[in-house]
Ligand binder design. Sequence first.
Ligand code: KG4
Ligand code: ZN
Length: 347
Amino acid sequence: AHSITILGLESSCDDTAAAVLRRDPAGKTEILSSIVQGQSSLHAQFGGVVPEIAARAHAEILDLCVEQALTSANVALSDIDAIAVTAGPGLIGGVVSGVMCAKGLSIATGAPLYGINHLAGHALTPRMTDDVSYPYLMLLVSGGHCQFLIVHAPDSFERLGGTIDDAPGEAFDKIARLVGLSQPGGPSVEKTARDGDADVYPLPRPLLDRPGCDLSFSGLKTAVLRMRNHIIERHGGLPSQARADLCAGFQAAVVDVLAEKTKRALHLYLETNPAHPTACVAGGVAANTAIRARLETVCDVYGAKFIAPPIALCTDNAAMIAFAALEQMSNRAPDDLTLSARPRWPL
Ligand code: KG4
Ligand code: ZN
């Protein structure tokens, strides 16, 4: 047995990322480097990610990210034993850029190529930094996704429920636009909410009356829009206190909905997996402090261990993609050069 040094690439949305990880013969994994180049400044003037601009930027800076990841890990390209790349789901242009770059590197080095599902990357992240064994419950919350999964194995996921419309991160981004805050909306709405009172503007908690683990955020978004318009009509603008109260009210509604649905998912999960009382969260929205704190409380009530990875590993990164390949490689063959991008790729 020997150690494996792997290079990971991620370019499925608006972050270009490369990382180098090493797994020792005992199975312990170390992140040697993790480079993430965000594109938010490129998309800022458009109020959202523009796929064509994203694809061009990925193609332009992927090589540089790889170089930075290797240099910062103090590893030569010839030391790389395997290459992992996000093959979907995501924006087609970005995913194609990453897959082509990975194929080129695989041809150049002779290292085997592993196409990885971006969602599997997020869902396996807790095992990268914490002592988490299979199975565990995972709440995956990001800009494009929201689902409860039982993670049985590196390539085996059971879906308990998910959003029937928007993802919470998308809602945070939309609310930020509505009240004139910068993108990405999650961090700016969270920051503004700290100065607000969540009880000033009553907002709905969608789908709590319906049994099961499905969620909805689009009605909440519309409710915030109406409330905002109402405030602007009354005050001739959006006073900063009203903006903070609105952000606080919105975030409180998201927290309530996620907490209640997590309770139900945990209940369901523990019925069949009582010996593994662990719940994890991952994805960009898992960076939210209020959400993390509340989910921790829910898990305490059920006697489950709550794991939230470090924030830099919750948002999009390439370390999680390399890690997913390390987790999967004992159980699957590498991909060959026919690997293609899958913009839609359910777990
Ligand atoms: O996982 P991620 O980096 O990309 C996707 O795969 O979607 O998630 C990005 C999303 C964005 O919508 C962003 O607004 C949200 O995560 N986000 C947050 C916070 N930080 C990032 N949402 C709420 N609170 C935060 N602190
Ligand atoms: Zn993501």
